[in-house]
Design a protein around this ligand. Sequence first.
Ligand code: ADP
Ligand code: MG
Length: 244
Amino acid sequence: MSEPLVVLRDVNKHFGDLHVLKDVNLTVGRGEVVILIGPSGSGKSTLCRTINRLETFESGSITIDGKELPEEGKELAALRADVGMVFQSFNLFAHKTILENVTLGPTKVRGMRKAEADRRAMELLERVGVGHQAHKYPAQLSGGQQQRVAIARSLAMDPKVMLFDEPTSALDPEMITEVLDVMVELARSGMTMIVVTHEMGFARKAANRVVFLSDGQVVEEATPEEFFTNPRSERAKDFLGKIL
Ligand code: ADP
Ligand code: MG
């Protein structure tokens, strides 16, 4: 593996009595693309949110590029900007244009000048194929286009790692490919990515590793080829039997 970028050691998290992450160990190398897969309720979203410190955890450690995330304050904002996150729901600001959605973070959090932020944002919007929509509002775009804008918005912060939590599961089937194509391009450009998805096509094309989570535990890690054709654990076999 390349140099470790995201390292989780023995991470435990509870919601009240519910033990949702159980001694999770996970190392993602720089430039690596890891698929996080597992049954509904297994803790995938919680794991992503914990990596980004949208959730606290009780024990263990998480480092991004060697740095432990602080609990709060300015340092947290800066470090959190290193971790881009794309959700199932696109979460764009409805009353801002597409361009403004992308420039907001760089100008407010990174202190970038507007002209520079606009230029960068246009490059990113072109890259995800929505440059010609820059002056529209989110509601004027399709779901697939909005999700590509959400990706551009995250990239505008120059993150070290991108987390995707079921980025295509709210999309109509004909829009899934256009979003996955952008993600494949991003993976090939060397971005470090952690992706929660059941899209096997994406996994086969772009992922280095599949991590199977069940009941808050990492049960199995394998290459996509191995995992989908020859899962080792009973739990993975059972899960794949249901989704395939
Ligand atoms: P997944 O994304 O794999 O479907 P989640 O991480 O969303 O799983 O949820 C893992 C478990 O934690 C589930 O049992 C879920 O009901 C529970 N859970 C998630 N978020 C909360 C919360 N904010 N408060 C209490 N329980 C939660
Ligand atoms: Mg989830």
